[in-house]
Design a protein around this ligand. Structure first.
Ligand code: ME8
Length: 516
């Protein structure tokens, strides 16, 4: 089966922070999850390099445009590379391939007579690159995301009418209740669709914004950044209005899962499906929407507010994999989530006490008493067998039926921690260090060790999408080479007699002082 997973393409007017890191990590985790169950995945991320915000930022930098765009885009790409993100394609909206698709799409819609020109007066938020309605603003008249009052602008522009598609979209959402996950966001979108939709302004005069894709039917204008940016989801697949035999689009659309935070819900859930409809393209299969990471002050972490957690600082402190696990485990399913270096450290300690501790104690023990060899499972008790069956069944169920969503990464990461706690408790309760000293308890000792090792194998396989290196290290310490797969979730697969090794601690101690 084919799956196409996308992240938003990020504005390059600031440095990437944990919010950008999260959505991209989520995409990578979901990609690895799908690959473990044998699906073919195409995963894209990238940078949104046009529009007024990037333009102002470029002007302030004093750098030549191409140099500025590349440098800022590389800030994101380098971070994603450092985080071991296995993207298949990194979109840059300044690339000729992307611009060609935007131009062709605009021509197609223009030729169908779906675009009109008119004068417009409205409140424009530069942060959102959007005209705002008074109802979008807070009681001070500020944009809630950017904490600034929008500017009143009057301009002649090109417009794409949306209203005629409103009922179709309402019906689509009602007949596809899981199109937007979680469902509370579908309700929010239905709320946006309760009133007539304004025409979407799809141009910006070059006198104000020159950084963009020129309108093919009027060289005095560039394309509105969102009309341009959303097209990345089909330009990345090589879409052409007339179609072609050899493009990825044929294989991967509409099996598409767009990942995004709620800040860009309207553009993805209202504008994008209507744009696709005008192009004769089916809507993407799912939108997976998450809440915000809140920085200092309990407000949305953002470049413009400066209350960000720097992913490099976190990676220097604890490495990337604990960060990946923490973010997927801690993101709230019902609202926003606070984040700080201290909370991340707590998450790290939890992993060390859970999986890290389990691996160390059992492997050290058998290195001492069994020459590091996996013992026989011959004397497993019913309780031992039940422990392994429960773990295997839990993970097998998630890997078999789990649907790409936030709930999935939340449930899987929670089950991994639960499993680690349960096996640590099993180990402590059975006191193998006491059994080891009593020759008459040899069979029982071996059964406890075998059960613990096989449970560790199951946990290591389950953790792969979040922490691929940790997973492979644990499996290697159990004498198992290669990547795990969903077929591994069966009990008692560890072969007696296999040589194990202790290796270095998975989660070494980190000092309590703040990172440098
Ligand atoms: O909106 N919490 O780019 P952007 C959680 N270019 N996620 C966060 C976050 C936070 N505090 N801050 C950012 C744009 N994100 C457009 C997108 S797509 C066709 C164009 C993540 O740089 C989250 O995924 O403002 C959010 O939707 C995205 O970054 C916004 O990135």
């Amino acid at each position: 089966m084919q799956k196409y997973i996308t992240t938003p393409i990020y504005y390059i007017n600031g440095a990437p922070h944990i919010g950008h890191a999260f959505t991209t990590i989520l995409g990578d985790v979901l990609k690895k999850f799908e690959q473990m169950r044998g699906n073919e995945v195409y995963f894209t991320t990238g940078t949104d390099e046009h529009g007024q915000k990037n333009q102002s930022s470029c002007q302030n930098s004093g750098l030549p445009l191409d140099e500025f765009l590349k440098m800022r885009s590389d800030n994101f790409r380098n971070l994603f590379d450092k985080m071991d993100i296995d993207y298949d394609y990194f979109v840059r909206t300044s690339s000729p391939e992307h611009k060609a698709v935007v131009t062709e799409a605009l021509n197609y819609i223009w030729n169908k007579g779906l675009i009109k020109k008119k004068s417009y007066e409205g409140l424009y938020c530069e942060g959102c690159e959007q005209f705002k309605k008074p109802s979008d603003l807070d009681e001070r008249g500020f944009c809630p995301d950017h904490q600034k009052a929008p500017q009143l602008l009057t301009e002649e522009n090109y417009f794409f009418p949306l209203e005629q598609h409103r009922q179709w979209l309402i019906d689509y959402i009602n007949t596809h209740p899981d199109w937007i996950k979680p469902r509370r966001f579908a309700k929010e979108v239905l709320g946006m669709l309760a009133e007539p939709l304004d025409d979407l302004c799809i141009s910006r005069p070059k006198s104000r914004v020159w950084l963009g894709v020129e309108l093919p039917f009027d060289k005095d204008y560039v394309t509105y950044i969102w009309f341009d940016a959303l097209m990345n989801y089909i330009s990345s697949l090589g879409w052409k209005p007339e179609g072609a035999a050899d493009i990825r689009f044929n294989e991967f659309w509409p099996h598409c899962h767009h990942l995004l935070a709620k800040d860009i819900l309207k553009t993805h859930a209202v504008y994008w499906p209507i744009m696709l409809k005008a192009l004769g393209i089916e809507p993407p299969e799912h939108l997976i929407v998450h809440g915000y990471w809140l920085g200092e002050g309990g407000i949305k972490m953002s470049k413009s507010l400066g209350n960000v957690v720097d992913p490099y600082e976190v990676m220097d402190l604890m490495g990337v994999e604990p960060l990946r696990f923490y973010l997927c485990n801690a993101m709230s399913l019902t609202g926003d989530s606070q984040i700080s270096i201290d909370l991340l450290k707590q998450g790290y300690k939890q992993l060390a006490n859970n999986i890290g501790n389990l691996q160390m104690r059992v492997l050290k023990m058998i290195a001492k008493n069994l020459d590091g060899k996996v013992p026989s499972p011959a004397a497993l008790s019913d309780k031992d067998k039940a422990l392994l069956e429960n773990l295997a069944d839990t993970f097998a169920r998630i890997y078999r039926y789990g649907e790409l969503s936030l709930e999935l990464v939340s449930e899987l990461s929670a089950e991994i921690l639960k499993a680690g706690d349960a096996v640590n408790a099993y180990f402590a309760a059975n006191e193998p260090w006491v059994l080891a000293k009593d020759e008459s308890q040899k069979e029982r000792y071996e059964a406890v060790i075998y059960t613990t090792l096989d449970a560790l194998r199951l946990i290591a396989a389950a953790v792969y999408p979040f922490m691929p290196q940790v997973s492979e290290k644990i499996l290697a310490s159990l004498g198992i080479a290669g990547k795990p797969s969903a077929a591994d979730f069966k009990p008692q697969q560890l072969k007696a007699g296999t040589q194990t090794t202790v290796g270095a601690p998975l989660f070494p101690y980190i000092a309590d002082k703040p990172a440098a």
